[in-house]
Design a protein around this ligand. Sequence first.
Ligand code: SF4
Ligand code: SF4
Ligand code: SF4
Length: 431
Amino acid sequence: MSTLHELAQRLMALDDRITSCMKCGLCQAVCPMFGASGMEADVARGKLALIDGLAHELLKSPEGVADKLGRCLLCGSCQASCPPGVKIMDIFMEAREIVYEFIGLHPVKKMIFRTLLAKPGLFNFAMRLGAPVQGLMFRKTDDVQGTVCAPMLSFMLGDRHIRPLAKKPLHAAHGVINEPRRAGGLKVAFFPGCLGDKMYTGMAEACLKVLRHHNVAVFMPANLACCGIPALSSGDVQGMAGQMKANVEALKDGDFDYILTPCGTCTATLHELWPKYANRLESTLRDKLREISAKAMDINAFLVDVLKVQPAEQAADNAVAVTYHDSCHLKKSLGLTKQPRSVVSANPAFRLTEMAEADRCCGCGGSFNLFHYNYSRQIGQRKRDNVVASGAKVVAAGCPACMMQLEDVLSHNNDVVKVRHTVEIYADSLK
Ligand code: SF4
Ligand code: SF4
Ligand code: SF4
């Protein structure tokens, strides 16, 4: 694909789906990016028109269209409220792939997605080198979240308040876990995700504690890779395929009934996106990939729907008020709203109180936060205002990416509302 005409021909494959947009503009009301910028090119209708413009050779700048496509959190809010049900997320992903194939992926991204993230041993080694020296770069912010800032790395991290890398990643603390089934009971593979393995290890440990409490045997192999969503959302399907392959190879010999993740984004990727891209793997791995994908489940859904964890009958008199943020991928991709709330309410030491706009995106959006931090913070501020207005002392989420974003905005506002994963809250109630 070397000419604009060839690019246009590839994009014409999306034309039927794009033309099902009836241009009603209802996506404007729910789009966090449009809410922040007010620009038509930032809302789904505008982006679809831009892709269509390239496909019909009315527009001549694929770089310009790629830039506009990148101004999107891939939160799925537009698709969830689109009257004709335009498959907006599929169109965006496919358009990103085609356009980046034409303009070329930045070499740094290529190196990260195809080498670092597809080779878990190398990624783990790089993180192991970084963890002990991060103290030289980071300064504590003294907030309730335990975040740090990095003025010396401001060219890269801006003024973000982030969690430092864990002193010991989960895989190093446990090695391979392969427990025998207890009296013929359930066995699950645990997929902590990059953030659960390297940053939010307390959350991942809480998941293991809860599974053991319920007599569920755990399998966690060495060398699990990234789920692939950062590569895919950057248009690098080859990079994503490398990561899927590494994961299938790590998991393929395991005997398990479900594969659980504590991250809504990872679950949505494993369950919804892996099968769509199965044909990018060599044929011998495709069936295994589909089999693993079919077993992928969010840990909240597993606790409630499979293990029948229930809300406590009554919250304690001195229960702490907790509010719940609906992560986009849990609610809009997987349709999970009751289960995470039930998991939080299973601990009688907490009382659930709803915030306004609980399902409004927090503004993280993965690489969106990296490249559009100002917008990310602006969108996050609205979420922070809703959290604080709820009066809760704790905000729970089922996605560590959301937790990272919530911690950043709350910390910048000097708020004392603590951010926790739903399963951490439930784990507190268990011996
Ligand atoms: S809501 Fe759907 S149909 Fe309406 S403008 Fe947006 S994308 Fe098009
Ligand atoms: S995915 Fe989210 S940010 Fe992107 S266009 Fe749709 S609503 Fe807006
Ligand atoms: S991490 Fe935040 S931005 Fe990303 S999908 Fe979840 S709610 Fe949306």
